[in-house]
Design a binder for this molecule. Structure first.
Ligand SMILES: NC(=O)c1ccc[n+]([C@@H]2O[C@H](COP(=O)([O-])OP(=O)(O)OC[C@H]3O[C@@H](n4cnc5c(N)ncnc54)[C@H](O)[C@@H]3O)[C@@H](O)[C@H]2O)c1
Length: 342
């Protein structure tokens, strides 16, 4: 690997990945393509990275085949994070989700195909949301794909689009399905940062429904480590494969919110229940077998330890998140058609 294109590298997982990757692969040229939507922020990457001569930041849209084509000529490896990523936002307005997540992925896959002599590996970041709610526990990669939300449907389309390119054209694609991520630099619209920042301020926390919806929470550093293992694994072991990235344990939102308040030192913060979000997934819990078999990877950070690190980061980086507070709550179209702020 001499040069890599990282799309969405100014977002939450992408920026954590760029940091970890540049630390491990000091000699590789890194090209980040990011449209800097409300979720992207160049400040998510430290100034040492911006000043590193091996780092190149390109402001642009993955749907623009001209820009993607220019960049694709300069790299041998691609990892595609760029997406609209918030389930709740996709319920109110999904236009940009289908544009970026599906059409943008088609542009990337197509340019990988056109440059197939040079591109050695293409890692597509899908999501556990493509499965819908768990019909079997834990959820293996064979679990039916029954996306509940427009976000999940768009990501499912992208996931299967990449798979079809691997099958039809033999592009060197690997599809990974991370389960719910948390850690530093995550936007306040997402549940864990929302809970942490509310608890830090001693403000009430609101939970959707009865709080029993459970997710497999995976610390972002562990995921970045797994993604580097996907880049390092022998190509014939991973090419055309789908790999879940999760911990194998689910924790419900009610338990999670209490754990956060305890760890923040605000156990008496009020936790209120509001109307459930339409299309809510009841349970996600990942099988860890395939990631262990193909990558030798298992998540190492316990939820307690990951939360402690995340809380510490939000406690000490208030300049970063205070300006995002107005985006903590998102309009949602309920099944009645009424729009409410959640
Ligand atoms: N956060 C999670 O819990 C989670 C879980 C599983 C999978 N994923 C997937 O991981 C990837 C990254 O998620 P995240 O949480 O870091 O998202 P994020 O919303 O924090 O970041 C997305 C990044 O993509 C950029 N972007 C958006 N539209 C673009 C476009 N048209 N062209 C170029 N750049 C664009 C944004 O500016 C931002 O920097 C996504 O594909 C998401 O679906 C996320």
């Amino acid at each position: 690997m001499e040069s890599i294109l990282i799309t969405g590298g100014a977002g939450f997982i992408g920026s954590n990945f760029v940091r970890a990757f540049m630390q491990r692969y000091g000699q590789v040229e890194v090209h980040v393509l990011d449209a800097l939507t409300y979720a992207g922020n160049p400040e998510n990457l430290p100034s040492e990275i911006h000043q590193n001569p091996r780092f190149h930041f390109w402001y642009g849209n993955v749907c623009n085949a001209g820009i993607v084509s220019d960049l694709m000529q300069q790299v041998d490896t691609v990892i595609h994070f760029a997406a609209e990523s918030h389930v709740a936002r996709s319920i109110y307005d999904n236009v940009v989700f289908f544009e970026t997540d599906v059409i943008g992925t088609r542009v990337i896959a197509d340019q990988v195909l056109r440059n197939r002599k040079r591109i050695k590996r293409f890692v597509h970041i899908s999501t556990s949301e493509v499965y819908g709610s768990a019909l079997t526990q834990p959820m293996t990669e064979q679990h039916p794909l029954m996306p509940f939300s427009p976000y999940a449907a768009a990501k499912c389309g992208a996931d299967r689009l990449v798979y079809s390119y691997a099958k039809t054209y033999g592009i060197p694609a690997v599809i990974v399905r991370p389960f719910n991520q948390y850690g530093p630099f995550q936007h306040l619209e997402k549940c864990i940062p929302r809970f942490i920042t509310s608890a830090l301020d001693g403000k009430r926390i609101t939970l959707h429904g009865d709080g029993s919806a459970a997710r497999d929470w995976c610390y972002v550093d562990d995921t970045c480590d797994a993604l580097m293992k996907v880049l390092e694994a022998p190509l014939d072991a991973v090419m055309g494969e789908v790999i879940n990235l999760g911990t194998g344990t689910a924790t419900d939102i009610e338990t999670l919110s209490h754990a956060i308040c305890e760890q923040v030192g605000r156990p008496s913060v009020p936790i209120d229940h509001i109307e459930n979000r339409p299309g809510q997934v009841d349970l996600h819990v990942s099988s860890t077998d395939k990631a262990e078999r193909l990558l030798g990877w298992r998540a190492r950070t316990s939820l307690e330890e990951g939360l402690a690190r995340t809380i510490d980061w939000y406690r000490t980086n208030q300049d970063w998140w205070r300006k995002l507070e107005w985006m903590k709550h998102v309009p949602i179209t309920m099944t009645s058609g009424q729009v409410v702020m959640h």
